[in-house]
Ligand binder design. Structure first.
Ligand SMILES: NC(=O)c1ccc[n+]([C@@H]2O[C@H](COP(=O)([O-])OP(=O)(O)OC[C@H]3O[C@@H](n4cnc5c(N)ncnc54)[C@H](OP(=O)(O)O)[C@@H]3O)[C@@H](O)[C@H]2O)c1
Length: 289
């Protein structure tokens, strides 16, 4: 099987790429602004280049991991978010159809409003912000036009990554420098260890599954509790972490507060265990970049 990971310089694409390489799979990764060894440069908004590369590689599976993932930036520039997260992603969908490849779309629990999470695969979507709305649009597009697809919703993905911008990577960096950090204690979710996500996703693909799946951590917690647990596991000073309500952070985009994902459907299929946040953090401590 031949795999094309678009956005392999990012956190999730990077973890998928690494897992495929470790499994000796035939894989090509792409980057956009962060060159990575052995990968090809690709802008998903350059339509003809997308088709050309996909035709040349002729993959069996395309992992659509490229996107604008800063939720507040998307809120402030909805046009740019639409351009990358919808129009660019739709180019990958069309390219996948042209060569008969399976399209794997990474989606998010931000398609839900956070009134009563964790959410099941069939719960009604009702996004609160531009990013969530654009992810939902893409889900609907993929489900409508793709001949073969997997929509994988995930959430609060953490772990080592080249550009350490995820919540836990930033927390570790700040606490190591003895900087104080404010963390909301009213945002609940199911944090997901990036390598566990990659391994379970590759298993889903290997089992030739299609449709919508949730791949996330198996336990729910609020951000503050998660930060405290991470600091304890990494031997950092928990006193530097201060709890606050989300409203106090004055973020541009509204956040779903009771979010997170239920895993029943996924568990029925997978043999690889989906880790809880504590197991995931302990595994991260053992792993290197
Ligand atoms: N992280 C999470 O907690 C989370 C949760 C739910 C869903 N997701 C979804 O999962 C996917 C991957 O997220 P992530 O956390 O891995 O994001 P990330 O670390 O921000 O990586 C984004 C990737 O997209 C690439 N990219 C950006 N603009 C591009 C363009 N115009 N053309 C081609 N590539 C472009 C980036 O390339 P360069 O870095 O080389 O510029 C990078 O490889 C996204 O669709 C995101 O919405 C993430």
């Amino acid at each position: 099987m031949k795999h094309l990971v678009v956005g392999a310089s990012g956190q999730i694409g990077g973890a998928i790429y690494k897992s495929l390489v470790e499994k000796n799979q035939d894989v090509l990764g792409t980057y956009y602004t962060q060159p990575a060894r052995g990968m090809r440069k690709l802008d998903i908004n350059e339509r003809s280049r997308v088709f050309k590369l996909v035709k040349e590689v002729s993959p069996d599976v395309i992992y659509a991991c490229a996107g604008l993932t800063n939720v507040d930036r998307c809120e402030g520039d909805a046009k740019e978010s639409f351009k990358v997260n919808v129009v660019g992603a739709a180019n990958l969908v069309e390219a996948a159809n042209r060569v008969g490849a399976k399209l794997v779309l990474l989606s998010s629990d931000y398609i839900f409003d956070g009134d009563r999470g964790p959410y099941d695969v069939n719960d009604l979507a009702n996004p609160l912000n531009v990013y969530g709305y654009h992810k939902l649009l893409m889900e609907q597009h993929v489900a409508t036009v793709c001949e073969s697809y997997l929509i994988v919703r995930t959430t609060i993905v953490y772990g080592w990554e080249v550009v350490g911008k995820n919540f836990i990577a930033r927390l570790i960096h700040k606490l190591s420098q003895r900087q104080k950090i404010k963390v909301p204690n009213d945002q609940f979710g199911t944090p997901t260890y990036n390598r566990n996500l990659a391994r379970t996703l590759i298993e889903l693909v290997g089992r030739d599954q299609s449709g919508v799946f949730h791949l996330a951590g198996s336990t729910s917690i609020d951000r503050y509790g998660f930060a405290i647990k991470a600091a304890q596991i990494f031997g950092l000073d928990t006193r530097l972490i201060q709890a606050c309500p989300t409203a106090e952070l004055k973020q541009k985009a509204r956040r779903p507060l009771k979010a997170g994902l239920k895993l029943d459907k996924t568990r029925d299929i997978l043999t690889t265990k989906l880790l809880g946040y504590e197991e995931g953090l302990r595994q991260m401590l053992k792993d290197n970049l």
